[in-house]
Write a protein that binds this ligand. Structure first.
Ligand code: PEP
Length: 249
């Protein structure tokens, strides 16, 4: 079975102005000096994508945090996948729990967005995860596997799909699931991917996200079927983001 090359992705969320591009410059330097044994991605807000692409060296990919499901048209304030591709983005996050909550995005829409991303030639990072109530009710596996099944578009391939498992209650809280819980959910997601894509489902990266820090990254990244991290808060500073990248030394 081929283990996919890991991906450590930073999600800056609604943080950052031009001055923060210095963190990408610093990240370039840390990687140039210490190396990176995984793919590295930074997803800044839309307003910094162009400048981030100019600053990032070729070991740091730049992606977006969302896009519209349509390719163009009367959608004031929205951004199409083709616009992101035109700028030089390689990945687009879709279905982040903050969008599922703040903008009432359900898996059907997430699938349409992922389809737009993939048809544009980019890689969709499809986020899934249970709420605390769903976990407490013993429903984590059905919730997460249903989200995975419903959020992956019909024409997706193993090459243009990444899944990020992010328990909603672990995002930005400093809390993480147990290693056994992470292993259980990632194994269930892997099974869905193999049912759907056959053997190539084993090559799809399944990221863990939710309060990943340099202090816990090595343990979380060593869990079977964890092929990288989606990192919020700790991605805002190059030092802590690089500390997570070093889990793959
Ligand atoms: C996220 O935003 O996807 C995330 C995991 O945030 P944090 O690392 O801050 O928990």
């Amino acid at each position: 079975m081929t283990t996919p090359r890991a991906l450590v992705a930073g999600n800056w969320k609604m943080n950052g102005v031009a001055a923060n591009l210095a963190e990408i410059e610093k990240l370039n330097g840390l990687i140039a000096e210490g190396g990176a044994n995984c793919d590295v991605l930074v997803c800044p807000p839309f307003t910094l994508i162009h400048q981030s692409l100019q600053v990032a060296d070729d070991r740091v990919d730049i992606g977006a945090q969302d896009c519209h499901a349509n390719f163009s048209g009367a959608h004031t304030g929205d951004i199409a996948a083709g616009m992101l591709q035109d700028q030089g983005c390689k990945y687009v996050i879709v279905g982040h729990s903050e969008r599922r909550t703040d903008h009432h995005e359900h898996s059907e829409l997430v699938s349409e967005k992922a389809k737009a991303v993939q048809e544009t030639g980019l890689i969709a990072i499809i986020c899934v995860g249970e709420t605390e109530g769903e976990r407490d009710g013993g429903n984590t596996l059905p919730v997460v596997t249903t989200q995975v099944r419903d959020s992956i578009p019909a024409d997706a391939t193993a090459d243009n799909t990444v899944i990020a498992y992010e328990p909603v209650w672990a995002i930005g809280t400093g809390r993480t699931p147990t290693i056994a819980d992470v292993a259980e959910v990632h194994a269930a997601v892997r099974q869905v991917l193999v049912e759907r894509f056959g053997d190539s489902g084993n090559t799809i990266r399944i990221l863990y996200g939710g309060s990943v820090k340099p202090e816990n990254a090595r343990e979380l990244m060593s869990v079977e079927n964890v092929n990288g991290a989606l990192v919020g808060g700790a991605s805002l500073k190059a030092d802590s983001f690089y500390g997570i990248i070093q889990a793959y030394d």
